[in-house]
Design a binder for this molecule. Structure first.
Ligand code: NIG
Ligand code: FE
Length: 422
């Protein structure tokens, strides 16, 4: 079936090279007025002046985009969307002075989510995650990366990744699974003198071969942070993961500058994520690499931290920057990706164009799919989002509101709200 998207106030194409954008490239939105987008089956076949496309695609079904802005579907390249119960009690504990890592050291934080998840069935987790992913899609997200990391045992990590695989089958969204077995050292191992080494052996010798042979994850990730995994331990897990055929990512320099960015750059990781505390040396290392810096400003906001990742310094050093929600029950329980764009502009001092490129093309690059996702251009997957408004700058401006009217993934309706029929 051919679809013709017409009469949008603006079409944000992000058209350009099929790779992460750096420096001044991030300022180019490929904005078009008076343009239409033609979709045939799963792919975009043309973006051009509406009059011309109306001639060429006379029989197409029209999608009326009046009063709205058409963009590439948002690419959320960092989430922990499979989890059990919410952790609202920790928000108040932090307000009263408790620190994120101190809560974890007392058996809360990630450990609390692990206890909860281990007690739940695959079906229960599937039902919870499905609802949450639909809410993510309702805000304009069409591609979502989903990490494991609340299982921390062979069976429970496999359970999480099987839930992700079933979600990828059943939802219209594009879902990319990441294995984060190295999210924490589980409490049962922390209590043993040889626990750290034993858990790393479990990760590398037992979990990784299973996950690689069942193809349950495209990437491996590690939470590299003082008190969690050291740089050396992270290197060991990621090197083994790469050897098993997985792409590699890293939670790096989230709370303290510990050399995570330098490690991600040295290993050629596809992304280094968080970076709120990255050092000058870390920025320089990333600038010399092909690694995307994925910034998660919702996390710093929610944790009540006074500082944010140095987005301007990263962009000016030539590091490609992506934005993502980090949707998770501990540090960023939001499904609202446009709100992350608001933080990108108002707190990270990015331009709107930089924030939108960070949430589309560069998000896709952080997932290794920039050759088919993240742009409205011929040959690209027909993943689109429609936001109410006249100007793309309204998307971060009306903060907290849901402007998204509809999304399509591979040419099929994903989420549709008040879309005029025509
Ligand atoms: O990205 N930093 C580590 N992992 C998550 C938080 C997970 C949790 O607290 O449940 C993050 O912020
Ligand atoms: Fe995370």
């Amino acid at each position: 079936m051919t679809l013709l998207f017409t009469d949008a106030a603006q079409v944000v194409t992000c058209a350009g090279p099929a790779r992460a954008r750096r420096g001044a490239e991030m300022a180019d939105l490929g904005l078009r007025v008076g343009a239409a987008v033609a979709v045939d089956g799963e792919r975009i076949v043309a973006v051009g002046p509406q009059r011309e496309l109306e001639q060429t695609y006379r029989d197409a079904t029209r999608v009326d985009c009046r009063g709205a802005i058409l963009t590439p579907g948002l690419v959320d390249s960092h989430t922990h969307a499979v989890f059990g119960r919410a952790r609202y009690e920790e928000q108040e504990q932090r307000a009263a002075g408790a620190d994120y890592l101190a809560i974890a050291a007392a058996g809360g934080g990630i450990h609390a989510s692990v206890r909860d998840l281990r007690a739940r069935s695959e079906d229960e987790l599937f039902a919870l995650a499905e609802r949450r992913l639909r809410r993510l899609a309702a805000f304009g997200t069409t591609t979502v990366e989903v990490k494991s990391g609340y299982g921390l045992s062979l069976d429970d990590e496999l359970k999480m990744l099987r839930v992700a695989a079933r979600l990828a089958e059943s939802l219209a969204m594009r879902l990319i699974p990441t294995w984060l077995g190295a999210h924490e050292i589980p409490l049962d191992f922390r209590g043993r003198p040889d626990g750290r080494r034993a858990y790393i052996a479990l990760l590398i010798d037992e979990m990784l071969p299973c996950i690689a042979s069942e193809r349950l994850a495209r990437f491996a990730d590690v939470f590299c942070e003082p008190g969690v995994f050291t740089v050396d331990e992270s290197r060991e897990v990621l090197t083994a993961s790469r050897g098993a055929g997985l792409g590699i990512k890293l939670h790096a320099d989230e709370l303290a500058p510990a050399g995570g960015a330098e490690l991600a750059a040295a290993l050629g990781a596809i992304s280094a994520d968080h970076l709120a505390a990255v050092s000058a040396a870390g920025i320089a290392a990333l600038a010399q690499s092909s690694t995307v810096a994925t910034l998660l400003p919702g996390t710093m906001l929610f944790l009540g931290k006074p500082s944010q990742a140095p987005a301007r310094a990263l962009i000016e050093a030539g590091v490609p920057v992506a934005l993502a929600t980090d949707f998770n029950p501990g540090t960023s329980p939001t499904v609202n990706f446009p709100l992350i764009l608001t933080l990108g502009v108002s707190q990270l001092r990015m331009s709107v164009a930089e924030a939108v490129v960070a949430a589309t093309v560069n998000g896709a690059a952080a997932l290794g799919i920039a050759d088919r996702v993240g742009q409205l251009a011929p040959g690209y997957s027909a993943d689109l989002a429609l936001f109410s408004g006249e100007d793309v700058r309204e998307v971060p401006y009306w903060y907290g509101e849901r402007l998204c009217r509809a999304t399509w993934v591979r040419g099929k309706a994903c989420h549709q709200f008040d879309l005029p029929v025509g």
